[in-house]
Write a new protein. Structure first.
Length: 366
């Protein structure tokens, strides 16, 4: 088995066994705490540009199947596990995790101390790293210098958003879904409710969106810093008050910034399927699926028309807002799960109900 190195920008070196693609790769190392759902994690566009570490020790034991993808083309830069299951056993298994990553040209490393790596990320924050072959020609000092000199990525959404609009037909409410790096679980939930969905690129103008006469607008999840998506912020600002909206993850952040709030980078992000979130309106606590590195500053909500509706019980950060005047609500977590618990799936029903109420008002005024 070939050896592979994971070199961090602080000079820490992990030596493990290579799997997946043989190429070298550079990205931001993050960790996610889900015990299952590695296929959805790998295919989640919100992980664009990142080397993903699984804290659960054994990964790949049920293989890869045809049903659990969240996008067609994975956007991760690498995959880090403690132990790779070589012989998966599951009735849905189509191929091994190793074979899948090889086919998608994504390098992986196994056999390293993922607990130590997670502690480094928790204490120092997300760090840049390189996955490379462990041979005599490797110069760790040069790699560290390269990492430290590499600027942060700022074009995440541009890389994962579609280049053109496309429909996902239904006979119910018409929804325009702005795709900043959408997990297909969001689209599946809308289709389950018979929504007639038009998926549009992140830089679609407000005029184009309104020309479709939507009953509602969905703001999807996506990767990176919301402040980098200025086109999206301007578009959403122009849409506020025009039509009901529901935002998830990056969509929540973009809507909040468009409303005057501010965002900040979390030390190591929220990633996994076991994050408790409290609904301040009902007192109910849901376990949620999360994948984000930025959050909305609660203090910055005071000078806006936004009301805080949800908080993270682990660190007290903002997990949801609602507009005080217009039918718009957003959450930082993933009610579609995929992977993760489905405690908050009811939010899609709330969105449908909100559109129906607004449509009823329009008929009364007609």
């Amino acid at each position: 088995m070939k050896k592979r190195l994971l070199v961090l920008e602080d000079g820490t070196v992990f030596t493990g066994t290579a799997f997946g693609s043989e190429r070298a790769s550079q990205g931001e190392v993050v960790f996610t705490t889900g015990m299952t759902g590695y296929q959805e994690t790998i295919s989640d566009p919100s992980f664009y540009g990142q080397i993903v570490t699984l804290t659960y020790p054994l990964v790949g034991n049920y293989g890869i199947n045809r049903d659990d993808f969240e996008s067609i083309t994975p956007a991760i830069r690498g995959f880090v596990v403690r132990e790779l299951a070589k012989n998966p056993s599951n009735f849905r298994c189509d191929l091994t995790l190793d074979d899948y990553l090889t086919s998608k040209d994504i390098p992986g490393i196994e056999g390293i101390d993922t607990r130590k790596l997670t502690r480094i990320i928790r204490s120092k924050g997300s760090v840049k790293a390189i996955l490379t072959a462990a041979d005599e020609e490797v110069n760790v000092d040069e790699i560290v210098a390269q990492l430290q000199a590499t600027p942060a990525i700022t074009h995440h959404v541009r890389e994962v958003s579609p280049k053109a609009a496309y429909p996902s037909p239904g006979r119910g409410k018409r929804v325009v879904l702005i795709d900043y790096g959408m997990k297909h679980g969001i689209l599946r939930e809308l289709n389950k409710r018979d929504c007639d969905v038009l998926v549009v690129p992140y830089n679609t103008s407000a005029e184009e969106i309104l020309a479709w006469h939507p009953d509602g607008i969905m703001l999807s999840n996506g990767p990176g810093n919301p402040e980098d998506v200025q086109e999206g912020i301007e578009t959403v600002r122009s849409l506020i008050g025009k039509v009901p909206m529901f935002g998830i993850c990056l969509g929540h952040q973009i809507f909040s910034l468009a409303s005057g709030a501010k965002a900040f980078k979390l030390p190591f992000g929220h990633r996994g399927g076991n994050h408790p979130v409290k609904d301040l309106r009902t007192g109910r606590t849901d376990l949620t699926s999360q994948n984000h590195g930025y959050a909305i500053d609660i203090e910055s909500l005071k000078d806006t028309d936004l009301e805080l509706t949800h908080i993270a019980l682990n660190d007290g950060t903002c997990e949801g807002v609602r507009h005080k005047k217009y039918p718009i609500f957003t959450v930082q977590y993933h009610p579609e799960a995929s992977p993760g618990p489905e405690d908050s799936n009811h939010l899609f029903d709330e969105f449908i109900e909100m559109m129906e109420v607004e449509a009823g008002k329009g008929k009364q005024h007609a």
